[in-house]
Design a protein around this ligand. Structure first.
Ligand code: ATP
Ligand code: MG
Length: 263
């Protein structure tokens, strides 16, 4: 299983949009995919229409090991290849547990080990803060996708995320490598990219190098519509808007082939 964290240390950078759209496309293309909602705001769980009863296990119980892995993994409706470990508001209470455990950074990775053969790809929607949850998510990841708004705020979010990643790499708390930076809400007027978007994407390119900059997600209501209608952009008649995800799936395909199966 290739584990990919979708992380960016600011709100509204496209983490949940990317997790959901990538998860749907991967599973449709035949990859058994596990999504993990690691954000206490639990938007991913909401978009997948999982209505949890009060006592049903979520990522909180999965991390605390009070249920077996299988009990916290739920199938998604209408898609045989797509599964979810959901979150609810209570996920925030795991922060103390993670910091007191002393091994917080490796906890999620170890908990996922027993299910690693059941899925080809695992995608984790990280929270927007530099929290204990974020650390355990990065600790579990083989690869990192950083969505960042094509704006001053998005550039700052990228820089903070890279800074955290390097700190964790330096102390051996993660092996994750950046797989791509995904400019989000890139604004164009006709055939001209706005000045702010262009400056932000140029800045991102200077940070990570041009080979890691993915094709942008353009500013467009269609993405929101697809999420709200529980549909995909291609089913709505806009396959060209899925191009950034197609490029990502090509990269993921290569990485899954490179990653050795567990011995
Ligand atoms: P948070 O940090 O709060 O979890 P996030 O990084 O997960 O945010 P999203 O929720 O994916 O970000 O996106 C932020 C908002 O942008 C959402 O309301 C989403 O519907 C909207 N959005 C998604 N795609 C586009 C797009 N292409 N153009 C404009 N808005 C978009
Ligand atoms: Mg989100």
């Amino acid at each position: 299983m290739l584990t990919i964290a979708i992380a960016s240390l600011s709100g509204g950078q496209g983490k949940t949009t990317t997790s959901l759209m990538l998860g749907r496309l991967l599973s449709r293309q035949g990859y058994p995919t596990l999504l993990i909602d690691a954000d206490p705001q639990h938007n991913l769980t909401t978009y997948l229409d999982l209505e949890l009863q009060v006592n049903q296990p979520t990522l909180l119980e999965f991390l605390k090991k009070s249920v077996s892995a299988e009990d916290s993994i739920y199938p998604s409706e209408g898609n045989d290849n797509l599964f979810l470990i959901p979150a609810d508001d209570q996920l925030d209470t795991v922060q103390d547990y993670l910091s007191n455990s002393g091994v917080g950074a490796t906890l999620l990775k170890r908990r996922l080990d027993p299910v690693a053969d059941a899925f080809k790809v695992c995608i984790i929607d990280a929270p927007p803060q530099r929290s204990q949850i974020c650390l355990t998510v990065l600790g579990a990841a083989d690869a990192l996708i950083i969505p960042a708004e094509a704006s001053v705020k998005g550039y700052g979010s990228l820089v903070r995320t890279l800074d955290l990643l390097r700190t964790l790499q330096d102390i051996g708390a993660t092996d994750a490598q950046v797989m791509g930076v995904l400019p989000f809400r890139d604004r164009w007027i006709g055939n001209t990219q706005t000045h702010e978007s262009r400056a932000a994407v140029d800045g991102m390119r200077d940070e990570v190098g041009k080979e890691l900059i993915l094709p942008s997600i353009r500013e467009s209501e269609r993405y929101k519509q697809a999420i709200n209608r529980r549909s995909t952009l291609s089913d709505m008649g806009y396959p060209e808007l899925e191009y950034p995800f197609e490029v990502l799936i090509n990269k993921i395909d290569k990485l899954t082939k490179k990653k050795k199966p567990k011995s």
